[in-house]
Design a protein around this ligand. Structure first.
Ligand code: AMO
Length: 607
């Protein structure tokens, strides 16, 4: 049979089309069969159109009776206005229906293991089923799940995001340049995915040499700057073998960008213009620029996190000095080891918290600390003229008053106070802060409320307690601040980086820096990270060489496209914005990857 090519999509026909003969192609969203009529809601990614097959057309009526959910049909028919009481205002095509002259079943479908789309129920528009099947099952049948309206909307949004980015950067003179997937390790703090080379094997052992898949195009983009491509970008796939979270995938996409002859301000300007355009064009939301620039040390103190959610206030305050006078022994022992006491207050929240809910919140907070951290946590209601709460009763009266004042705590408030090592207190109170904001509904997740800021002045290094050495906080190519360079070897912990993160609604949506373009400084930095000159040469000799051959000052950033798409779609699950994601265990449940391979393949690889 010749293909009955569609004349219209299923979301297109309106009252003005009444009387036309049309052809529609699509999937059966739902059907209702009566003795003399079959109603079929035909669906494609553009919408839904009601088709009526009547018994006085014997041939199409016979086909219409065979129709089941998710069958693929071609329908030829006439557009007519629906009966006056049958108009559906929730559907864009709700004023018309198509009376079928021909019904062709192009393909059949067994009972779907997951519900793709429900019959729009009372009060429900054309959209997702009310109850989604279990996510693993949906990932296994991803080709069916992708028929869902919200996933189709999200992928369309992601397309638009990429297009806005490309158009915007093109207009600013950037070149999109692709860099290799098979290359040398580019460290970004995760493990590499390795690929054995069949044609390059060790002469003695016969074992393969290995490519590393890029954790990011970082080194290549720096080499492009050395080569004079002063405004580069790429929508680049990155691969990192790391533990997964709700906002992490092993394979993800970055908008990677680099510029020459710039300082941080130039990068801020480009990215602020781009971000404003993205949220304006994709979501109709105005992002006021210039964006706030928040100091790392300040945000760690106030929000307990380097990616604060700024949709609500709820600030953490330091109480350590007041507790130097505490009569509580365990608190004093912690303070003697350099611990901090900090707290936050849920204004007017006391009445929403029963004893049970307070205990739950306390347990939640305590569990955020590592075992043996000795963390002390108290959740209590602020009692007027009564200082019986745990972190109050051991303080002298002036300190009790001072603590309330500093917290801004008054009767009717809920106070949460914790004592532990600084990083533990940040984690405990920072995460409790986001949970409390959720509990107290301090923001509306359904509303496109977008709060963007820069976090700057990160430390260059963090101490790796397991390996007992300094590690790069961003990556080892990030330039230290000029005024801190003299302390690179003597006090690495005090060196701040020319690095910046772009934070949106509590997510790190981008990170970048000004790079080291001087080979001596780069060698010094590798040395602080514990690499011998030989190791540095063996791993990054090509970069050190390139820096010698006239490297311009340069810097850049990478934005997480998946996370931006999450912000645009209002989801907190990264798998919702990726067509074929991996599950929490890095498995593709649909194709079954990763999977064992043939012995023959392994042999060829020398494995
Ligand atoms: P960074 O490692 O900070 O920097 O990555 C940049 C941004 O990429 C996103 N991202 C991820 N998204 C999903 N899943 C992951 N596993 C994942 N890892 C990172 C985040 C993050 O902010 N080369 C540097 C950039 C530079 O310095 O120019 C880099 O890759 O949104």
């Amino acid at each position: 049979m010749a293909l009955l090519r569609r004349t219209h999509t299923c979301g297109e026909l309106r009252e003005a089309d009444v009387g036309k003969t049309v052809v529609l192609n699509g999937w059966v969203n739902s059907y209702r069969a009566y003795p003399d009529q079959v109603f079929v809601d035909l669906r494609d990614r553009y919408g839904l159109t009601q088709v009526v097959v009547e018994s006085d057309h014997a041939e199409p009526f016979a086909a219409g009776q065979e129709v089941r959910s998710e069958f693929v049909l071609a329908i030829k028919g006439r557009v007519r206005e629906r009966l006056p009481d049958k108009h559906n205002s929730k559907l864009a095509t709700g004023d018309i229906e198509v009376v079928a002259d021909e019904v062709h079943i192009l393909n059949r479908c067994p009972n779907s293991p997951i519900e793709v789309m429900s019959i729009p129920k009372e009060g429900q528009t054309f959209g997702d089923p009310q109850q989604l099947a279990n996510e693993d099952l949906r990932l296994q049948y991803r080709f069916l799940d992708l028929r869902r309206a919200s996933l189709q909307r999200t992928l369309a949004m992601r397309h638009r995001l990429n297009k806005v980015i490309r158009d915007h950067l093109d207009a600013q003179g950037f070149l999109e340049i692709e860099t290799p997937l098979l290359g040398r390790s580019t460290p970004e703090g995760a493990r590499d995915y390795l690929v054995p080379s069949r044609v390059n094997q060790d002469e003695q052992t016969g074992r393969p040499h290995w490519y590393a898949l890029p954790q990011s195009p970082q080194i290549y983009k720096q080499l492009l700057m050395v080569a004079g491509y002063d405004k580069y970008f790429q929508i680049a796939r990155c691969l990192r073998d790391e533990d997964l979270r709700a906002d992490r995938q092993p394979e993800f996409t970055q908008l990677d960008l680099e510029m020459s002859f710039v300082d941080s301000d130039d990068i801020f300007q480009v990215i602020e213009g781009l971000v404003a355009e993205i949220f304006g064009k994709c979501l109709g939301v105005t992002i006021p620029t210039p964006l706030p620039r928040l100091n790392y040390a300040d945000v760690m103190l106030k929000y307990g996190s380097d990616k604060p959610d700024l949709r609500y206030d709820l600030e953490i305050v330091d109480l350590t000095d007041l507790h130097q006078q505490s009569q509580h022994e365990a608190t004093r022992a912690l303070l003697a080891q350099g611990a901090k006491v900090r707290g936050l207050v849920g204004k007017g929240a006391a009445e929403q918290f029963s004893r049970k809910r307070m205990d739950e919140l306390k347990t939640f907070a305590q569990r955020l600390a590592p075992e043996n951290s000795g963390v002390l946590v108290d959740v209590s209601k602020v009692q007027p003229d009564n200082f019986a709460a745990f972190f109050e009763k051991f303080l002298p009266p002036e300190a009790q008053q001072a603590q309330r004042q500093r917290l801004g705590a008054a009767a009717g408030d809920l106070q949460i106070i914790a004592a532990a090592k600084e990083d533990v207190v940040c984690k405990v109170l920072g995460t409790t802060r986001t949970r409390l904001a959720e509990d107290l509904k301090l923001y509306d997740p359904a509303r496109p409320d977008i709060k963007v800021a820069w976090v700057i002045d990160f430390p260059s290094f963090i101490w790796d307690d397991e390996e007992k050495r300094w590690a790069a906080n961003h990556h080892p190519f990030t330039a230290p601040r000029d005024e801190d360079l003299s302390r690179l070897e003597s006090d690495p912990g005090s060196v701040r980086a020319k690095a910046y993160d772009l934070v949106i609604n509590g997510y790190e949506c981008g990170g970048g820096s000004i790079r080291i373009h001087n080979p001596e400084v780069q060698s010094r930095l590798f040395a602080v990270l514990g690499m011998t000159p030989e190791q540095a040469r063996q791993r990054f000799g090509f970069l050190l060489d390139a820096l010698k051959f006239g490297a311009p000052p340069h810097g850049g950033i990478a934005l997480g496209i998946d996370r931006l798409a999450m912000m645009l779609s209002g989801t907190s699950n990264i798998r919702d914005v990726i067509a074929f994601p991996k599950n929490q265990k890095a498995r593709d449940l649909m194709t079954g990857a990763p999977a064992p391979v043939d012995a023959k393949q392994l042999k060829e690889l020398g494995l």
